[in-house]
Design a protein around this ligand. Structure first.
Ligand code: 5AD
Ligand code: SF4
Length: 477
């Protein structure tokens, strides 16, 4: 769904080439369906945002809107936005200008902004610049049919209310941009952590968990429709918690992971994101017990220095993080660990930056999403600390981090040469239709020549004979 290649300015960004070319396997919807209205949706930001777009597609489907990949023929254009860094906001502004042009030849067309930017930019875009017809925050998607109806009557509509309860648990997402093999399942929304750099608690509100039975039902339904991998999504999956109102029984993340793994041994289970302060050995032991829970943990470190971690309000220090890595290595010796890293956070010294490089080596990350610090209005850091590291220093440190990560990934992948992995076939390789690609348990992308009778959704054993920093190359054995 998103481009997993780390880029200089890329949070988990979507593959540029696929932006907007939303295709719908489940709807097989490429042209207009007579009698239906059509919506076109673009998503930016994290996996959670893509998952939300699938909930939106379902809500719109209920009121007679079918998806289209062609914005020119749509009645409604939606853009699901991200606020994590300033760059993301600039991208959306440019897209809104493009939509304005489409609207100039199709005056009936309505344009809406969804997601994380809704709260902060509603006034500017809706009232001041009149760029859009509706602005809808992440907890208000059920209200979309009403808001669209009012917009069609010429009103400018907004609903950015955050909720303490909304989990969309009962909504069966329409899978967008799907390969029919892998899917995301949101298990919780919001975040209570208050990392000082982060807008998420402000854009997505308080943390709440979805009931585990609806999660398992969704996984079961996906499996019955041919899907073979689900990724359980939350800003901080380790703080998942649900108390059964009838029995009082408590479900934590390890329990939910186990319940999902039990759906079927051929359904792979992944999850993202883990928080170092909350990731328990119970989760690691559950992963070790079930073959179909992938041995891959996304465990963002952000910085390797304890003073900076304290300023970031991460509530763990360098030693704590290293101890979590030791636990992973002890309980799951084959596991791959990936990370998010921020360079040039407020007051970070060269020495403190070196601590980030050394913890990366210690943890031996298989992959990282790497960012220069970008101050976000309203966050704790914006209010308390000066954004005092010059841009060129942030970028230079970022480049050092990227260079180290690329070298480590290359070295790690070289060590996989000669090994054989169980791989879930996902799709054609983007380079050649003669090759398939799919990931191993450690989430490494493997590319191998197609073989008769093997299709997406099948498991194959692949022996690796070559590797780059991003991909393992092999053949089916
Ligand atoms: N500046 C840079 N990176 C950020 N992230 C979150 N907020 C910021 C910010 N203000 C990064 C963190 C987080 C990831 C999703 O995005 O590394 O884990
Ligand atoms: Fe961006 Fe964070 Fe919102 Fe995801 S939750 S879309 S990363 S601001």
């Amino acid at each position: 769904m998103y481009d997993s290649n780390p880029t200089l300015d890329g949070i988990k960004t979507i593959d540029e080439s696929r932006q907007g070319s939303v295709f719908y396997r489940e709807h097989q919807q490429h042209g207009k369906t007579p009698g239906l209205k059509h919506f076109y949706i673009e998503s930016y930001g994290c996996q959670m945002n893509f998952s939300d777009s699938e909930i939106v597609a379902s809500i719109l489907g209920e009121v007679g809107f079918a998806p289209t990949r062609n914005m020119e023929e749509s009645d409604l254009i939606l853009i699901n936005t991200c606020s994590i860094r300033e760059k993301a906001e600039e991208t959306v502004r440019k897209r809104l200008k493009t939509f304005e042009q489409v609207k100039s030849v199709n005056p009936g067309l309505k344009v809406g902004v969804l997601g994380c930017m809704a709260e902060r930019l509603k006034k500017q875009w809706l009232e001041d610049e009149k760029l859009v017809d509706l602005v809808v925050g992440p907890d208000a998607y059920r209200d979309l049919p009403n808001l669209i109806g009012a917009a069609e009557e010429g009103n400018r509509m907004v609903n950015v209310l955050l909720s303490r309860e909304e989990t969309y648990a009962d909504i069966n997402p329409v899978r967008l941009e799907t390969n029919g093999v892998t899917a995301f399942i949101s298990i919780m929304r919001g975040c209570d952590n208050m990392c000082s750099f982060c807008v998420v608690p402000f854009t997505r509100g308080r943390e709440r968990s979805r009931d585990p039975f609806s999660v398992v039902a969704e996984a079961r339904d996906l499996f019955s429709r041919g899907y073979r991998e689900v990724t359980l999504l939350g800003q901080n999956v380790d703080s998942y918690k649900w108390d059964n109102p009838e029995t009082g029984e408590h479900t934590d993340f390890a329990d939910l992971l186990e319940m999902t793994a039990l759906v079927h041994p051929d359904l792979r289970v992944r999850f993202s994101t883990s928080h170092p302060k909350d990731m328990t050995d119970k989760v690691l032991h559950t992963m070790a017990r079930y073959e179909n829970i992938c041995e891959y943990i996304h465990l963002p470190v952000q910085s390797g220095n304890s003073r900076i971690l304290d300023l970031m309000n991460r509530t763990y220090d360098r030693e704590w993080y290293m101890e979590r890595i030791d636990s992973i290595r002890r309980i799951l010796p084959e596991a791959a660990v990936s990370s998010d890293i921020i360079t040039g956070f407020c007051s970070e010294t060269e020495e403190e930056h070196q601590d980030t490089l050394s913890i990366m080596e210690y943890a031996n990350f298989s992959m990282s999403y790497m960012f220069a610090y970008s101050e976000r209005p309203g966050t704790l850091a914006a209010r308390k600390y000066a954004d005092d590291i010059p841009e060129d220093v942030k970028k230079r440190r970022l480049n050092e981090v990227i260079r180290l990560q690329t070298a480590m990934a290359h070295r790690n992948n070289q060590q996989d040469i000669g090994k054989t992995f169980r791989v879930l076939v996902e799709r054609d390789s983007s380079r050649s239709s003669a090759d398939h690609c799919g990931r191993n348990s450690q989430n490494k992308m493997c590319v191998f020549p197609k073989k008769d009778g093997i299709n997406p959704g099948d498991y194959v054993m692949v022996r690796i004979h070559d590797a780059t920093s991003a991909t393992l190359l092999g053949e089916i054995v």
